[in-house]
Design a protein around this ligand. Structure first.
Ligand code: KG4
Ligand code: ZN
Length: 341
């Protein structure tokens, strides 16, 4: 008898400071468990050594939780027997953090004699848009904005992704976080800037937008102009004008992002536009994307927050497509901090 077997992926994401595991069956996410590492708040940024140690502590419980949530009626052995392949984030990321996920996935694959699938974190951010309905059809454009990356990607099919433009220096999330630091706000500052910006005037202060050709981005000049502006002010001024400063900085960052998206749509003629990455949680960016979409006749897509920030569900969905394409990796594969796809 020929029984059609389910494709069941157990995916691990450990590229930065979230330890996450997810189960995906035939492209449907059954669970997505995430352990956030709060230890970094004390230091104003992610401390790589502490991140690796926290991954070591979190990885077993988070995998157990995701298996339990996905298969509540099975016992621990039966749950693992359901898995067709183990997937992990191979690049880019903090090397010590990546190593924890890679080694764990390898151990599971070796001991259970199942295939391994290596996933590129930035490809996965884009494919997070395929997790929920309605999903975009191909081709689509995706703006991926996170703490480490800012990219405009053309997705021709799940495994045919082309970078049309990216940042030449800082990422959009860094621009948020570094501004927040200058304003005396704790890490990560992006969500706080968003919160205070809602109460401020976005046109009160003007910060120069970079003049970068093509579809590339630059945020380091903006950071410097904010720094120079704030250096001339008193702490009282910064405190009293915090809302307007946050609103003005957020407005500038969002303008830079949306202008490039408009350019990408004009260049490609593709009017399905997606967001991805942690910065897509920003309420101003979400609002402007939707408004711009309505104005220009785009179909816009923004994943739920849990699929925008770092998560293993996006690794699992990407691995599902790689499984179907027979794109497996060997046990001697290794992680890479910087590898492009
Ligand atoms: O994708 P992500 O969770 O991790 C990376 O791969 O970097 O993105 C984290 C980034 C941080 O820079 C954080 O400040 C930013 O996303 N972020 C926000 C908001 N929520 C998270 N930035 C602006 N507004 C928000 N609401
Ligand atoms: Zn990310």
């Amino acid at each position: 008898m020929n029984i059609q077997k389910n494709i069941t992926i157990l995916a691990i994401e450990s590229s930065c400071d979230e330890t996450s595991a997810s189960i995906c069956v035939n492209g449907k996410i059954l669970s997505n468990s995430i352990a956030t590492q709060s230890v970094h708040e004390l230091y104003g940024g992610v401390v790589p050594e502490l991140a690796s140690r926290a991954h070591m502590q979190n990885i077993v419980p988070i995998i157990e939780t995701c298996l339990q949530k996905a298969f509540p009626k099975l016992n621990a052995v039966e749950r693992l027997q359901e898995i067709s392949a183990f997937a992990f984030t191979q690049a880019p990321g903090l090397i010590g953090s990546l190593l924890v996920g890679v080694q764990f996935a390898k151990s599971l694959a070796l001991s259970l004699d199942k295939p391994l699938i290596a996933v590129h974190h930035m490809q996965a951010h884009v494919l997070a848009n395929l997790i929920q309905d309605p999903a975009p059809s191909f081709p689509f454009i995706c703006l991926t904005v996170s703490g480490g990356h800012t990219q405009i990607v053309l997705a021709k099919s799940p495994l045919e992704l082309e970078i049309l433009g990216e940042t030449i220096d800082d990422a959009a999330g860094e621009a948020f976080d570094k501004t927040a630091k200058l304003l005396g706000l704790p890490y990560p500052g992006g969500p706080l800037i968003d919160k205070y910006a809602a109460l401020g005037d976005p046109l009160k202060y003007k910060f120069a937008e970079p003049q970068i050709p093509d579809l590339n981005f630059s945020f380091s000049g903006l950071k410097t102009s904010i720094l120079y502006f704030l250096q001339k002010q008193t702490p009282e001024f910064i405190e009293e004008n915090r809302n307007d400063l946050c609103a003005s900085v957020q407005f500038t960052i969002i303008q830079i992002l949306i202008k490039k998206l408009k350019k990408a749509v004009l260049q490609t003629g593709i009017k399905q536009v997606c967001l991805a990455g942690g910065v897509s949680a920003n309420s101003g960016l979400r609002k402007l994307l939707v408004e711009t979409g309505i104005k220009h006749g785009w179909k816009t897509f923004i994943p739920s927050f849990e699929y925008c920030t770092d998560n293993a569900a996006m690794i699992a969905i990407t691995a599902y497509y790689k499984y179907q394409a027979g794109q497996f990796t060997s046990l001697d594969c290794h992680p890479s901090a910087r590898a492009q796809w």
